[in-house]
Design a protein. Structure first.
Length: 177
């Protein structure tokens, strides 16, 4: 079976190594939850921009949640088979690509498809974040590391509507993504 590469010994020996990994995982945890909640305020702007009704435009928000729920277990298993770091890193790339495609979408269908792609990246991040923290943290600091990771997810979920409102009031809806 595929073996994930070990971290460089010079880096892994540093006392701050665990917290660098936790911080990196927290970025992904924050981004995934932020984008799950940020779109609610942008739906009226999307209605105007695409000339669609709210029942069609709401798929921009719904597809993200449905795709994440459907793919989380799959990516958890793939991470077990092929490596958490590899899938987590690839998840960042897919998430950023999906975000960019959302911002450049010229049709509602393209935006919905890009949101699905963005959600796949988010699911790769979410499926692996806790496992990465557990594998890297020692018994004595595992609770603190998991608490920080969970707090970042909660902050991302809560910050979504506020950040979305601020961005929408100052910029175009595309900047939300």
């Amino acid at each position: 079976m595929f073996r994930e590469p070990e971290p460089l010994p010079a880096i892994a020996k540093r006392p701050s190594y665990v917290w660098i990994v936790v911080g990196t995982v927290c970025i992904g945890a924050f981004m995934g939850q932020l984008d799950a909640s940020i779109t609610q305020l942008v739906l009226p702007a999307l209605e105007d921009s695409f000339g669609s009704s709210v029942d069609v435009v709401s798929w921009v928000a719904v597809i993200y949640l449905v795709t994440a729920a459907a793919t989380l277990p799959v990516f958890g298993r793939l991470a077990d088979l092929y490596g958490r770091k590899l899938l987590y890193t690839f998840g960042f790339l897919v998430f950023v690509l999906g975000s960019g495609l959302c911002g450049f979408a010229t049709s509602l269908e393209a935006l919905i498809a890009a949101r699905a792609l963005q959600s796949i990246g988010s699911a790769m991040l979410t499926a692996n974040s806790v496992a990465i923290v557990v594998s890297i943290a020692t018994h004595s600091n595992r609770g603190k590391a998991l608490g920080i990771q969970a707090a970042m997810q909660a902050v991302g979920l809560c910050a979504g509507p506020t950040l979305g409102g601020l961005i929408l009031s100052a910029l175009d809806w595309r900047w939300v993504f």
